[in-house]
Write a protein that binds this ligand. Structure first.
Ligand code: PLP
Length: 484
């Protein structure tokens, strides 16, 4: 039987060395993160560190953490990682939790836990969660997946959530409140202590999304930085997500989700005592759980220890401060809000300077800069590795600003035009529909190959945006010529 599958399975196997060579070749079009020009996605330090986490991963690449009683090694790694996390988050012996596959799984699980808890303990059948506009997109995903309605707290001018509005949004259907430390778009640490008071008073769980901050803010504080309280020292905080595969510099696939005590965690667990395959219990989203990710997470915590992470936090903060000072020295630019952690975003305050055009110029100089929208801006997720490139970044940023000022038409071209237009398409539902269509198409077996150079960047892809722009322009043209 024939089919039209574009890339069928090879009829016979191939030589392993050749395959490994091919794998290396596939990297050709990937972002080159090793020279420090990529911001977010990858947390790279150097080849020695990279080799170490790969070796640790390989030792357990085939082992499965599905059943905690089978591979005792993996359960030990998980227990040690959770204990170390509870320690740096200033928890007590009561703190409990799981290692998950990443920040998104940690966020999803917290929503499921609090939804189920509210249902069982308070009979809530129309669950809602109160989250600031700056919450990571994973929380919107969780809302869709688990049917928990979002009450969206608007931001004040300083990009902190409007606490008066937050207070009013809490009602009998509220299953949880969310704060971030820090949030992804601008790096603001939400007022967790204030949120904690509201949460305690209203007896609502408060989750802190520290997927970004969990493995760096504690060490910045140990270094003497003035960081507002956001962890288990805030009495109302009931759970925290903290990613080891971000500022913990572990291999991909490692985050933690901890709870203040087992009273919460038990609502996360899944048990089926009647399954023909045997009594089944699972602590989080995954069935099979990758042993390699656990081993690498455990190994990296032992490798750095508190002192190692303090040094990484120090270098990161030095890089952040140098970058911020450089941005502040450019009169047309402004840092958004008051970011305290390892990331920040900046925007144009000059009507003559299109910030997306500045981004295009930076890209042309070999940087991979993420874009923000609402308001338009550029984003920097800074790691210790970036310390060696920050001076060049600032020089290039000034050059980019000068180029765009001298050539304002650049704001009407390329990515700048696309991003500008995308942010202004008024019917957001139509943008969603179009993105859905295009994304789905890329997952068809036998379909066109994904353009390896096109996708990437947590802020979206330029090429995809180009296609949406083309669609939008065509649609406008049809409308103005009488079509539908
Ligand atoms: C604040 C925050 N929460 C959650 C996530 C999701 O993490 P992941 O990409 O590991 O799923 C991110 C990712 O950047 C984040 O910044």
């Amino acid at each position: 039987m024939t089919n039209n599958i574009h890339k069928p399975m090879p009829d016979t196997g191939q030589d392993s060395n050749e395959i490994l060579q091919q794998l290396d070749n596939f990297k050709e079009h990937d972002p080159n993160y090793k020279d420090g020009r990529v911001w977010s996605l990858v947390y790279y330090l150097d080849e020695d560190h990279s080799a170490f986490i790969k070796d640790s991963y390989h030792k357990f690449a085939c082992e499965n953490g599905l059943n905690p009683t089978a591979f005792k090694s993996l359960k030990k790694f998980e227990t040690d990682v959770i204990s170390a996390t509870a320690d740096i988050l200033n928890g007590t012996e009561e703190v409990c939790g799981v290692v998950t596959s990443g920040g998104t799984e940690s966020c999803l699980m917290a929503v499921k836990t609090y939804r189920d808890m509210a249902k069982e303990t308070r009979g809530v059948t129309s669950p809602e969660m109160v989250i600031p506009e700056s919450a990571h997109v994973a929380w919107f995903k969780a809302s869709e997946y688990f049917g928990v309605k979002i009450r969206l707290v608007p931001l004040l001018d300083d990009l902190t959530p409007n606490m008066k509005k937050l207070k009013k949004m809490v009602n009998r259907n509220t299953v949880m409140i969310l704060g971030s430390a820090p949030e992804y778009p601008h790096g603001t640490i939400d007022p967790i202590a204030e949120m904690g008071e509201i949460a305690q008073k209203r007896k609502i769980p408060l989750h802190v999304d520290a997927c970004v901050g969990g493995f760096i803010l504690p060490f910045m504080e140990m270094n003497g930085e003035d960081i507002p309280l956001w962890d288990y020292r805030v009495p109302g905080v009931t759970s925290i997500s903290a990613d080891i595969h971000k500022y913990g510099y572990a291999a991909k696939g490692a985050s933690t989700l901890t709870y203040r005590n087992l009273d919460y965690l038990r609502y996360q667990m899944f048990v089926n005592q009647d399954w023909p395959g045997g009594v089944f219990a699972s602590s989080a989203l995954l069935g099979t759980r990758p042993g390699g990710a656990y081993a690498a997470a455990w190994a990296v915590l032992q490798y750095f220890g508190k002192a190692g992470y303090q040094k990484l936090a120090k270098d990161t903060l030095e890089a952040v401060n140098t970058l911020k000072a450089g941005v502040r020295a450019i009169p047309e630019l402004e840092i958004m809000g008051d970011p305290k952690g390892p990331l920040f975003a900046y925007k144009s305050i000059s009507p003559d300077l299109n910030i997306y055009a500045v981004g295009d110029q930076m890209d042309a100089m070999g940087w991979q800069v993420n874009r923000n929208q609402f308001p338009s801006g550029l984003h920097a997720m800074v790691t210790a590795q970036h310390l060696k490139v920050v001076d060049q970044y600032i020089i290039d940023l000034q050059t980019a600003v000068n180029t765009v000022k001298a050539n304002p038409e650049l704001g009407e071209q390329g990515g700048a035009a696309t991003y500008g237009m995308l942010a202004h398409v008024p019917l957001r539902g139509m943008v969603k529909k179009k993105v859905l269509e295009m994304y789905s198409e890329q997952y068809r077996a036998g379909g066109g190959e994904l353009d390896m150079a096109a996708e990437g960047g947590s802020s979206g892809s330029g090429k995809l945006a180009d296609k949406i722009l083309a669609w939008w322009v065509a649609r406008q043209t049809r409308k103005s010529s009488g079509g539908k």
